[in-house]
Write a protein that binds this ligand. Structure first.
Ligand SMILES: Nc1ncnc2c1ncn2[C@@H]1O[C@H](COP(=O)(O)OP(=O)(O)O)[C@@H](O)[C@H]1O
Ligand SMILES: [Mg+2]
Length: 360
């Protein structure tokens, strides 16, 4: 009987108290300044990872789950010691910094270990919204008109964007820095919000035309000729209070005490004319190709009242939890959760086979 394929499910999950800062994380009570009520070495894996592990086992793989706990030496030792066929890469940050995500993928590259998902350059580009938009434009793909501001000295009072505009930190995700006040309609408010983003987030500000309308998420699976878009998911804003813009703000996503929370409800498949569905899916395929995502990705778009579509961003490592995001779109396409994960693993493995075939 053939040896089962060994999948290393790698993730990085530690309490926030232990992840802040750039230094290696010391989890001792002396370093933490308090005695944790459980052993931080034995933090149980989040349900998300457990569900993914179980589904991979159901799909027939041998799974070694491993929490790298923000420690490079743990990651290194684990990968060096084990016989691994493929890493299922769920590491999204290191030392609390999302911009380190690409370096974790670089590490798999250097070790020549096959891994699921996007390569370092794609992770880097997609994290930088102005760069990703520049690439989308170079392929003639629609994205809201915008300008990027690095310092207030660069800020141009005369610009040709149409109000309202939305001011976003250029390299955040998870709706960081996106709230009702991000959308502004006067030069004075635009200046104030840009100043706020520059100083509080310590990164460039992306100023984009605000697209009023529906919000669509298009998940993409596979690579090359097998790349395909799944049924579209729509974020519905029914019940959003009148005084709030219909956006997936930080508060809508993360703050249960806020009135926008639970007012962004996904529905899949979205009720859209077939021609628009087809067009959105084509855009998603082209956008993910342009930015070089692999195995799975999710493209966020807005549609204005004239049915025009605009790509907001491409997520090369979207949430894979059961029952959310891509998993919901996959289910609408008839894939069980384990089949979705199996598909991702097979995509990563076949890339490796092609590579070795090419080497010979
Ligand atoms: N140009 C825009 N027009 C309308 N809504 C926007 C625009 N840009 C962002 N948003 C809203 O803000 C949310 C988060 O923005 P996004 O660019 O996707 O950042 P993140 O990486 O944090 O998800 C979007 O899901 C959407 O609701
Ligand atoms: Mg988004």
């Amino acid at each position: 009987m053939a040896r089962p394929i060994v999948v290393a499910l790698l993730y990085n999950d530690i309490p926030l108290t232990a992840s802040a800062g750039d230094d290696p994380v010391d989890l001792s009570p002396e370093a933490l300044g308090f005695t944790p009520y459980f052993d931080l070495e034995d933090i149980p894996a989040e349900q998300e990872y457990t569900n993914i592990e179980h589904a991979l086992v159901d799909a027939g793989y041998k799974v070694a789950s491993y929490n790298v706990k923000d420690r490079f030496e743990r990651l290194f030792k684990f990968l060096a010691r084990r016989k691994i066929d493929v890493v299922f890469n769920l590491v999204e940050f290191f030392h609390g910094r999302p911009e380190q995500e690409m370096n974790v993928a670089s590490f798999y590259e250097l070790l020549e270990i096959p891994y699921t998902g996007a390569p370092p350059m794609t992770l880097a580009l997609c994290q930088n919204k102005p760069m990703a938009k520049a690439i989308l434009r170079s392929y003639d793909l629609p994205t809201p008109r915008s300008m990027t501001v690095r310092t207030m000295a660069d800020f141009k009072s005369r610009h040709n964007l149409h109000y309202p505009v939305i001011v976003k930190p250029a390299c955040e995700d998870g709706s960081g820095g996106i709230e009702n006040a991000s959308i502004v309609s006067t030069l004075e408010d635009l200046k104030a919000r840009t100043e706020y983003v520059l100083s509080d987030f310590k990164m460039d500000a992306l100023i984009e035309e605000y697209i009023e309308g529906r919000e669509l998420n298009v998940a993409v699976l596979g690579n090359g000729p097998d790349r395909r878009a799944l049924p579209i998911s729509e974020i519905e804003f029914g019940g959003m209070p009148e005084h709030l813009y219909k956006i997936v703000s930080y508060q809508a996503k993360w703050d249960p005490m806020h009135e926008a929370y639970h007012k962004t409800i996904p529905s899949c498949p979205a009720d859209l004319p077939p021609a628009i569905t087809e067009y959105a899916q084509q855009l998603a395929l082209k956008a993910t190709e342009a930015l070089g995502t692999r195995d799975y990705a999710r493209v966020d778009m807005r549609m204005n009242k004239d049915g025009e579509l605009f790509i907001l961003e491409v997520n090369p490592n979207p949430n894979l939890s059961e029952g959310t995001g891509i998993a919901r779109s996959a289910e609408a396409a008839g894939f069980a959760f384990k089949d979705l994960l199996g598909n991702i693993v097979e995509s990563a493995l076949s890339r490796d086979k092609h590579k070795s075939a090419g080497d010979e």
